[in-house]
Write a protein that binds this ligand. Sequence first.
Ligand code: SF4
Length: 594
Amino acid sequence: MSFIRLSFKLKEVFFVNKFIRVNMETLEVTVGTVPEKYAGLGGRALTSNFVNDEVKPTCHPLGKNNKVIIAPGLLSGTTAPNSGRLSVGAKSPLTGTIKESNTGGSSSQMLAKMGIKALVIEGMPKEDKFYIIKVTMDGVTIEEAPSQILGGCGNYEAIKVLNEKYGNHVGMALTGPAGEYRLPSANISFKDPDGNIRSAGRGGLGAVLGSKKVKGIVIDSTGASSVPIADPEKFKAASKVFAKALLDHPVAGQGLAAYGTDVLVNILNEAGGLPANNFTAGRIDHNDNISGETMNATITERGGEGKVSHGCHKGCIIRCSQWYPDKQGKYITSGFEYETIWGLGADGGIKDLDIIAYIDRAMDDVGVDSIETAVAVATAMDGGLIPWGDGEAVLKIVQEMAKPTPLARIIASGTSVVGKVCGLFRVPVVKDQGIPAYDPRSVKGIGLTYATTTMGADHTAGYCISGNILKVGADIDPLKKEGQVEYARAMQIGTAAIDSSGMCLFVYFGIADNPGGYQALIDMINAQYGLELTADDLDTLGKAVLKVEKDFNTRAGFTNHHDRLPEFMEYEPLPPHNEVWNFTPEEIDEVWNF
Ligand code: SF4
């Protein structure tokens, strides 16, 4: 192990907001104050503005001109409930668009407490070596990565090795084997407070970190102070109101804690919007095998290390995560999300929740996006590459991504590549990103989000399931077009603002119908920074973030013709409602009319 460079050792500079750049070509670190133009930005607002300013839109995502930026949200590091989310930005190798990928784990709160507004990684090393970037209150160092965590070592083992080297208390971001091989579905894996894995999943940003030969970022916040609050009393009062709004809501306060996001299997199945067998049906009859209710009963019955409810970062009070155990009660996986279970269980027809859990663990271990991989798997089943419903075959292929065989490489290259390899027309992607768990033909609002978001198909960019299906914040008929354009626009604007705050997206459920809860969110930001922002200001922030992202995509060559759903959805009716996608191009383009 060779020590490369200690670029600075100036403890006091960390007590103010810092903007850190790590140049992987020169292996130098520079620490500056936050540029004036980024003052007041955090999370997605900061990552997207930075990418638009500094990344050449036409660059190759795996070349030296791409940059990765990691930024805590505005409220991260405080005691505000659910404020520990982290934004990662870059140009995506999967979509070619700008990308903000959002994750839980410990890193956001640690970076915020250390006074670090952004960590930028740029350039590419000259030597074919992988490195660890270590961030402490004493400075930033770049060290060669231990050889035993390279070349196919899974993330769980890598965390163990790095815990032994740096201490259990450190935060981590890891490039898994898939990222080392620069596969387009590679995620960035973040250690959570229990030493398990959370992912900045979508868009292949692990491949970008892998191209820069960063195996991991280790964050040691020992010695960091708490985040300064301009008006602590006001903050505390607002935080209390906000927490009550979350806990009082039936979805945010009860449903997600009991059944996780997998509560949606039965809900979407009932609504006829649960895509099955590569988007050829909207309902399955084995929903009980894979539902949130079954997951809850299984965890409860098995006991042991199982936990029905769990937070992905300290201070999460919604606690939609869980620890899913095996038959002996031993931990298999956590953050076992609806979209993953849907992709493998409904779209791919795997009827056993245990094998889906093992696949989920394997995906975390090799570091691939569990949504993109699941959609690619179902597409590969449609194309005859994998037998329908064969969980053991899928588990083997995912495990092979650690030292990828040709088939493992194809699946980890994403749904669009699989569709081409199989000669299919039914390829569920927008801007080459797999369409998640909600069929646009029978939940039309989410189709508008998929089509128009700057990120490629991404339900979290404007979660119209809320008003279409759950009837939270709005009540819009999912099968009708009326009101959907305005709703998809409003949801994307609001989401861009929430993603900038460091809040988990699920806080939306608690504040959508509770003006006091929403005001409390604004009050917390105002109390922290000594501001007087209004709801209109957050609306303006959300719009500005979207426009910046759109500007990048336009300069990268994207036009409104890319804001379209796959053509097969226009002529293949989806049972049981037998609906097609029926928005005109002009109607879709109206989403961007603001
Ligand atoms: S609600 Fe779920 S996703 Fe959100 S912060 Fe908590 S555990 Fe993480």
